[in-house]
Design a protein around this ligand. Structure first.
Ligand code: BGC
Length: 253
């Protein structure tokens, strides 16, 4: 089975058709910069251009960096507030034609990692964290997703952890890798207290610099940084999978 996967990020919107059985991209991924301001109609126009580029009209899975329930956007931390209450699935469907599934970006990346990447075959509690503009999370138990977990908004020292330890904060504040890794270690320790996970997977923009922070990272739990081949594609692949196997009905690994 094939589906189109599209990953909507703060700087770029990327897509490709995906074989959801193997997780392979069926064509080179196509990227268009995210329109600024990233208002719903402007983003939907870009989504349409990506579908057109592949001459595509079947099912599509699309990620969005917010809480998504039944296609509707419920939060807007790092996106324009006008998205709140928008039926994104309906908006995108009206632009691409075929059936559309919209899913949280980290949940989509997690689905891809559990099926084709670092989490493959891993049972127990697995937590994927993406460090980029914000911090995204996906929690799995025995391969099954608990959607919309939003662990980037847990507060540490009175502040959302994504305001202390995202990749953007590291860059904006010029934090040393040691200092940043210390903040991430505090965060992992806190998540260990809450969830007793069996594995953390670290993804997002920061994962291609693992040699800089891994030496400073401490955790009781095993930590894997997402493998290189998945870094730019996890969202696309996971979204395409969820277009075929809607939320909650993804076969367990
Ligand atoms: C949002 C999440 C999103 C994460 C990563 C957070 O600010 O609340 O929904 O998954 O950023 O993009």
């Amino acid at each position: 089975m094939n589906a189109l996967g599209i990953d909507i990020g703060g700087t770029g919107i990327k897509g490709a058709p995906v074989n959801v059985e193997t997780g392979e991209l069926l064509a080179e991924r196509f990227r268009i910069p995210t329109p600024q301001p990233a208002l719903p109609n402007a983003v939907a126009d870009v989504v349409e251009q990506i579908a057109r580029h592949f001459n595509y009209s079947g099912p599509a899975g699309i990620t969005f960096p917010a809480i998504i329930k039944k296609g509707v956007v419920y939060s807007a931390t790092n996106v324009d507030k006008s998205w709140i209450g928008t039926d994104a699935a309906e908006l995108f469907r009206s632009h691409v034609g075929g059936p559309v599934t919209v899913v949280n970006d980290a949940d989509a990346a997690g689905i891809a990692e559990m099926h084709f990447g670092a989490g493959r075959g891993r049972r127990g509690v697995v937590i994927l964290l993406t460090f980029g503009t914000g911090i995204g999370s996906a929690i799995f138990h025995d391969g099954k997703l608990l959607p919309n977990s939003e662990l980037g908004h847990i507060q540490i020292r009175g502040k959302d952890v994504e305001k202390r330890a995202s990749e953007k904060v590291r860059e904006d504040k010029g934090l040393s890798w040691k200092k940043w890794a210390g903040r991430v270690s505090d965060y992992l320790a806190y998540l260990e207290k809450l969830f007793s996970p069996d594995l953390f997977i670290i993804g997002g923009g920061v994962s291609n610099k693992s040699e800089k922070f891994l030496p400073f990272l401490t955790a009781r739990t095993e930590v894997i940084v997402e493998p290189a081949q998945m870094r730019n594609e996890a969202g696309i692949i996971g979204a395409a999978c969820l277009a075929i196997h809607p939320e909650g009905s993804m076969p367990t690994v």
